[in-house]
Write a protein that binds this ligand. Structure first.
Ligand SMILES: *[C@@H]1O[C@H](CO)[C@@H](O)[C@H](O)[C@H]1NC(C)=O
Ligand SMILES: *[C@@H]1O[C@H](CO)[C@@H](O)[C@H](O)[C@H]1NC(C)=O
Ligand SMILES: *[C@@H]1O[C@H](CO)[C@@H](O)[C@H](O)[C@H]1NC(C)=O
Ligand SMILES: *[C@@H]1O[C@H](CO)[C@@H](O)[C@H](O)[C@H]1NC(C)=O
Ligand SMILES: *[C@@H]1O[C@H](CO)[C@@H](O)[C@H](O)[C@H]1NC(C)=O
Ligand SMILES: *[C@@H]1O[C@H](CO)[C@@H](O)[C@H](O)[C@H]1NC(C)=O
Ligand SMILES: *[C@@H]1O[C@H](CO)[C@@H](O)[C@H](O)[C@H]1NC(C)=O
Ligand SMILES: *[C@@H]1O[C@H](CO)[C@@H](O)[C@H](O)[C@H]1NC(C)=O
Length: 361
């Protein structure tokens, strides 16, 4: 029956078109892997029944396409979404998405979990996935990738891929908010502990074959609406003690990463300075295209930092005018600026090279 044959042929033709697509629309690197906290989590926690740290309610995601909560702690997209777009890759599939299997792993996976940190204890009580567990999950993915394309091909894929790591902010916030932890370590000791963890994880990824890694600094945590609220900023000025520790952590991270890079053959480690970019936007919102630097679009209280973001609290009309979306997290507008800096910024933002350079190394 001619009528039956024709549609069947079209389906085959269509399938071969779809299968050709990856090579006709070439990505710049084979895959993109993401590790860390809510600054890069695109929805993992929503798959975890025990997670209490979820962006699964409106108005989260109200500027996403299509609008609606996605698990991102933002009104729209995150830095890693823009980096994936730049690389010509799909948004990496969330590791805890049940569909993260087989071929779906080959263009990258997002392991990040909102609320987690460099220390195993950070976020554990609220069900977040620690960095060390994220690495174990990567090892599982790596094994399956090797099974599907062979070990030689997998080694090449991993070595050519971009790795993005954004973690440490929650450890620092926990430390600042937890008196008994401050009694246990002084700020310098705590920072050294965090830096040594970050180095351990970077080297572990290297040992597993990663060669192109972007390690992102912490934001100016003393300026978060939650910090202004908890520590009673009188006029919106940032909490100096917190920014000072965060700067010290970032400086230690940057110098130790650069030392590590010189010790590991064939590695390219990029330090991404988001601290200065966010601080500049907070201190001079107009110059960066914002109207409000130190209060959240979504949240109650003077700085929008006295509540979480949910359907019952104040929410602004235009999130693009704000650096902060909720009590802790930047808006999509801020994330676009951060992504642009990492992708094509000068050495003061991405050092020693930016991601545009990194893909060609
Ligand atoms: C890896 O493969 C095993 C066996 O096929 C499967 O049980 C597991 O779910 C897979 N894991 C991932 C992350 O794909
Ligand atoms: C929390 O810590 C416990 C004990 O170390 C561990 O068994 C569990 O897997 C951790 N939970 C998460 C979500 O990482
Ligand atoms: C790599 O993949 C190709 C097919 O794409 C296959 O022919 C080859 O055997 C694989 N190499 C290894 C080392 O598995
Ligand atoms: C505060 O820090 C202590 C010591 O590290 C820890 O045992 C405790 O669980 C922390 N409390 C909270 C609320 O995180
Ligand atoms: C990081 O580098 C600084 C010097 O720049 C050094 O004092 C510190 O011990 C290093 N920390 C770690 C954990 O290696
Ligand atoms: C990272 O730390 C763990 C636990 O302390 C240790 O077993 C491992 O050897 C370290 N890995 C690297 C690459 O330093
Ligand atoms: C929202 O604010 C941004 C930044 O100030 C501005 O460019 C944009 O036109 C505004 N959108 C609307 C719908 O008013
Ligand atoms: C970063 O990337 C852009 C390409 O977008 C390039 O023109 C620029 O020179 C790079 N900057 C540095 C400092 O490497």
């Amino acid at each position: 029956m001619a009528l039956g044959v024709l549609p069947a042929m079209s389906v085959i033709a269509l399938l071969s078109l779809v299968m050709l697509q990856p090579s006709t629309h070439a990505s710049q690197v084979p895959a993109f892997f993401v590790f860390g906290d809510s600054t890069v989590d695109t929805g993992n926690n929503n798959y975890l029944p025990n997670s209490l740290t979820r962006a699964d309610n409106p108005p989260y995601g109200r500027d996403f396409d299509p609008p609606g909560p996605t698990g991102r702690f933002c009104n729209g997209k995150l830095t890693d979404d823009y980096i994936a777009e730049f690389l010509g890759l799909p948004y990496p599939i969330d590791f805890y998405n049940p569909q993260a299997q087989g071929q779906k792993l080959l263009q990258g996976v997002n392991f990040a979990s909102a609320g987690s940190g460099l220390l195993d204890q950070t976020g554990n009580a609220t069900g977040s996935i620690s960095f060390s567990k994220q690495l174990q999950n990567f090892i599982d993915v790596l094994r399956n990738i090797s099974q599907s394309i062979g070990q030689g091909n997998a080694t090449k894929l991993i070595a050519g891929s971009i790795f993005l790591i954004s973690s440490g902010g929650n450890d620092l916030l926990d430390y600042q908010l937890n008196v008994s932890q401050r009694a246990q370590f002084n700020a310098k000791q705590f920072n050294s502990l965090l830096v040594s963890k970050a180095l351990n994880y970077t080297q572990t990824l290297y040992n597993l074959g990663a060669r192109k890694m972007v390690i992102v600094s912490s934001a100016p945590l003393g300026c978060l609406p939650v910090a202004l609220t908890v520590f009673h900023s009188p006029d919106g000025s940032c909490i100096r003690r917190i920014n000072s520790q965060t700067k010290d952590f970032n400086a230690g991270l940057q110098s130790n990463i650069s030392t590590l890079a010189s010790q590991l053959p064939g590695v390219h480690l990029v330090y991404g300075n988001v601290y200065d970019t966010i601080l500049a936007a907070i201190q001079n919102p107009t110059r960066s295209g914002f109207k409000y630097g130190h209060k959240a679009c979504c949240g109650d209280g003077k700085y929008g930092g006295a509540s979480g973001c949910n359907p019952t609290v104040y929410v602004c009309a235009n999130a693009s005018q704000y650096v902060f979306w909720d009590l802790i997290h930047p808006t999509q507008h801020m994330y676009i600026i951060l992504a642009n800096g990492l992708i094509s910024g000068p050495q003061s933002i991405a050092s020693p090279v930016n991601i545009s350079n990194l893909v060609n190394m």
